[in-house]
Design a binder for this molecule. Sequence first.
Ligand SMILES: [Zn+2]
Length: 453
Amino acid sequence: MSSLFARHALLPDGWHDDVLVEWDDSGAITAVTAGAEQGGSAAARFVIPGMVNLHSHSFQRALAGMTEKAGEGQDSFWTWRDLMYRFARHITPQHMEAIAAQLYIECLRHGYTSVCEFHYIQRDPNGEMYVPRPAETAHRVIAGARTAGIGITMLPVLYTHSGFGELPLKAEQLRFRTDARDVARIIDALECERSAQVEVGVAPHSLRAASIGEIWRVLDAMPQGRPVHIHIAEQQAEVDQSLAYSGRRPVRYLLDEIRVDQRWCLVHATHLEADEIAGIASSGAVVGICPTTEANLGDGLFPLTQFMQAGGRFGIGSDSHVSQSPVEELRWLEYGQRLVHQRRNISVDGSERNVGDYLWQRALEGGAQASGRPVGQLAAGKRADLLVLDDDHPNLYGIERADALGAFIFSGNDNLVRHVMCGGQWVVRDGRHAEQEAVAQRFKETVAELRRF
Ligand SMILES: [Zn+2]
């Protein structure tokens, strides 16, 4: 049994003083006591729950920064995707593990303690399933998570078509190809990975790549209660294609045809009309907003204000990993709304007027729900996933608890995460991860190989 004493800790109902957090050998919190005596426990000033990164394609970390040159004509998401396909053709399972370990260490150091991995390169370069392990690439990504010490929800992807109307896949998509039977085999092979730190769900890639019938077949074969994630309504072109094919916008089409509930995470959901906003909110599903990637790809701006008014749930993801920091995602999320609405302090509600606290708490709730794991709160029964902020840094020095998350999210560019615990283990101490040099060396060797192509 171990414990930590926090002068100020962010609990599910807000900040409390003199908080003793205790956890057991399995990495689960056993008790959280506010107004406690300090005793012999290690002490910290600001302690908050670690953030959930609810949307990641880990291999894309190796492309970050390489797609910022204009191509022919209007540069869009679709030209970015062409480069991603070239990269995906050559990547090996070993590469995937090396990249994932690097990314996940970066995520931990910046305050994410869980990740949902939307995993779609599942076949070998010839388009064949790996033998003898059909989930070879997913096992490798989970191994990267284990090296880093981050909690993971692995989401094998259903990817059957290249567009609405069950269009056949293109040659560059053959490593992604899965039907409902393949996905069931992969999930079955991953059952042995499940633990307190690892969950397994499923991800129909999008309504472009998975038909309604195929999605139903996957859902019927899934064990009960597992997370289900899908990309949806990210780009206007996708909305137009959905309208042309089904007469409905993608979110409307999904809500009409599939029983979407609290297990679901609708990633992006950028382009929404009022009835779709109300429909997502009443379904209990989480929207996975990825502000830096959506900005980088020119997707559009999520209608956060209307969605909050409807009582919608959301979390954040780093998606393509142009950023590995929850601070940057939340800052962009709020700033995008301020720029559009020409006013300040948007992300609040009737009971929570503090923007930093509101954003961190709502993103934790949504992220935890989307992960399908007991995370996101300093509370008995949850994983001991927490951050100690650097209260000695000029941006936090002398700050009151009511301003701590405001200063953390909205001031400067230094990383203010000092120590990180995940599942009861200190994985980052004084900003350093014990494996960071060895993992960075393997990452450098990997990108040197991949960038030759
Ligand atoms: Zn994505």
